[in-house]
Design a protein around this ligand. Sequence first.
Ligand code: SAM
Length: 317
Amino acid sequence: MGKASKDKRDIYYRKAKEEGWRARSAFKLLQIDQEFNIFHGVKRVVDLCAAPGSWSQVLSRNLYVPAKQYPDCKEGDLPLIVAIDLQPMAPIEGVLQVQGDITNARTAEVVIRHFDGCKADLVVCDGAPDVTGLHDMDEFVQSQLILAALTIVTHVLKVGGKFVAKIFRGKDTSLLYCQLKLFFSQVTFAKPKSSRNSSIEAFAVCENYSPPEGFKEKDLYHLLEKVGTPSGADDLDCRSGWLEGPNKVYIPFLACGDLSGYDSDRSYPLPSTEGGSYQSLDPVQPPIAPPYKTALEMKKVASHGIGADISKLSLDS
Ligand code: SAM
């Protein structure tokens, strides 16, 4: 698909370039905020799986930049935004970057160190594995990423804080809902208008972090395993068993964003330009070191027929 054609078919892709966002995902976070007011009163935030950085840009533009413009603002009063990803990303004003794997305990330690004993008001996670197209498998890997994010949440989020995480809708959605509900008094699954209907993604918006009494971070997985199993009912004050029979949970999906706004599943005509043909804009910030870079280089070598033995090229190079 050419760039102009993609601009026509994907209004949010075009708008992202026009408004200076690195990815169309920026609109998802903005639409979640429109519905849930998640940025209200936020001074410290963690952006998990942040590259190429459009959510970090949204956080910077909504939290850091306005605070900096405040006449009496001192350095220590500025919001703290810590962004983590496996991939490096180009700098963003007011965003501290950590390159690391969120499933690794050391990454959580680095994040905690940045907060210097203070807790975060908000943790967001737009993490996604490389999808295989096998829905059960993709949903499983995605849920592992959310649990890694939840581990970090239990270490860095303040009581009363908020957590937003990308989920894949599937057969285990109610299990995930119940697991999150153990830690947050309010959990809503939201589908922003900028997220296509054809996509299985949605977002868990978790409000009012309130871990069970006596909860210890090291017991997280033990606790999660009990959700939905009859044997866990006693320990969990009857919170489990929600998944079966008349207690089965039906999870509402809330559409968010201006419902009369752009529809991500529709094509829109390209804007007319004065006297000339439509010029598609370049992406705002291409990824610095995307995982597909090596594959592209290998393809180039192969198509130029240089005779390189592709099987000997390391994918890690
Ligand atoms: N929110 C980002 C934005 O607005 O630009 C887009 C995030 S992109 C959909 C998903 C990201 O998850 C990728 O950059 C990928 O590197 C990251 N990711 C996947 N697994 C990860 C892991 N285990 N640790 C850290 N980052 C991970």
